[in-house]
Each structure stands twice: as structure tokens, then as C-alpha cells.
Design a binder for this molecule. Sequence first.
Ligand SMILES: [Zn+2]
Length: 280
Amino acid sequence: MLDLVRINSLDDFLAHHAATATVRSAREDEEFSLVQESDLFTVPAQCYVCARPRHLAVRFTSEERTANRLPNWREHLLCPGCRLNARLRACFQIFDSMGAPGTIYLPEQRSPFFRLLRERYGTVAGSEFLGPTYCPGQKNWRGLRHEDLALLSFDDASFEAILCFEVYEHIADYPAALRECFRCLKSPGLLMFTVPFLLSSQHNLTRARQRPDRTVEHLFPPEYHTDPFGRRDVLCFHHFGWQLLQELTAIGFHDCHGLLFWSRHFGYLGQESVVFFARK
Ligand SMILES: [Zn+2]
């Protein structure tokens, strides 16, 4: 019901891609059959988080239809119960299947995903990037904790698991953030993350970089994502390629790999959806 494929490298992915042409074509036909004419439609599927059937919402506007043949399923298929999209529901299911995690840290604190983890596992620390006027570890009047992922205030070996979804691409010096995650993990410990990923590319794509005076130089048209406060102004510095796994290994992580996931039953559509794992 949930199809998972472990991929360790670009060569691995290319071999998998070549060997699965028939399956991919059948899945694409199935995905096309689910698309409806209206901008907003739903797809019936079982929500793993809610443990019941749901009508998952997809927004596919005429502008998006002109640009793409299918919706960006990974970021849609929003469950009306748990408020999670396909990517996050799949990540929760995969994480949940790995057993009792111990203490967890997520660099998010306002999201439905953070609330879900705290509800299910209890020992979960969260934070938000509140801005340069805050010190790492400082809390605002709402009790939100400020952290900069490239300069965390946590002690060494604080957590058994760090879950980092769609964050590294927004950090110009992302290797510093990976090193901080490594430092704050216990051994054994698990880093699980998603990023915008170029499955057919060995190399990362640097879209923008920060000059020494902290101003930004754009190498491609700027791409902005929406932050947890609903502001669509968070600059994306990087799209990643398979070199990222080698960078993780160089930092000291082992067993670095991606998992491709797809499931019609659980409503995880889109054939290039991948979540990454690295162990300390
Ligand atoms: Zn749900």
C-alpha cells in the first residue's frame, strides 16, 4: 500500500528510473484520471495520521495547468482533518513506522506537524526563526523559541532525532546547519529531512548566495517560499542534488540515503517525492 524505494546515489536513481518505466507510466495514467476540471478538487484516500478515509484537497489553477501537466501533488492533497499535505503525511507515516524515537527536535513550532508530533510522542522541542534581533534560545511573548539552524543553542548530543522539512534550502550556509544538526544529535541518532531535490542531478544548484556583507546575490530568478507565518518571502538559496549525501558523509553521518515514496491508498502521489535519512 506504501511503495518505498531506497536510493543511495545518482547512479542508483538512474538505474531505478530505467527499470520502472512501465510502473511509472501506469501511475501517471492513474494520476491523470484523478485530475478534475475545477481549480479546487478532492481525491479520496486513507489518511494515515487521522486513521480514516478523507477527501484530500488539491488546488490546480488554470495558470498551473498551463505550466504543468499534473498538480504538484507532493505539496497538495491536504487532509481536512490533520491539515497535512502529502509530503508531511508520508513523512509522519515513515517516521512513525521506525519505532519509539526518544527526544525529537524540529526547527518549526507553529505548524500542525509540530503539534502532531508533540501530541503523539511528547518529548518534542521546536523553534522558529524569529529574526536577527533574537538570540538563539530566546523566547518571544508567545513562548516561541528562536533558533538559527546554523548556530543552535542546544547542548551537544541533545536529541535522538532531528526532523527538518523544507528548511536547508533557505540557509545560505547550509553546511553549517548540517554540522549543527550533527553536533546536537546523540549517537545513535537520526536526521530526517526533505528539501527541493533534483533527482537527476549529481550537483546542487545554487540559486542565490550571500556576500560577506550579508547582501544577497541572485544567480537565478529569485524563488520565494511561504514561511509558517504565511509570508511568501522566504528566499530559496539552493536546490539540492545527490552531492548532498556525500556532504553529509563528510560531516560524519553514515547510512545517508533517500526514500522514494508513492501510494494511491494513502494519497501520496507525484512520482519524484523523496525523503532523506542520515544516521549519527
Ligand atoms: Zn489527516
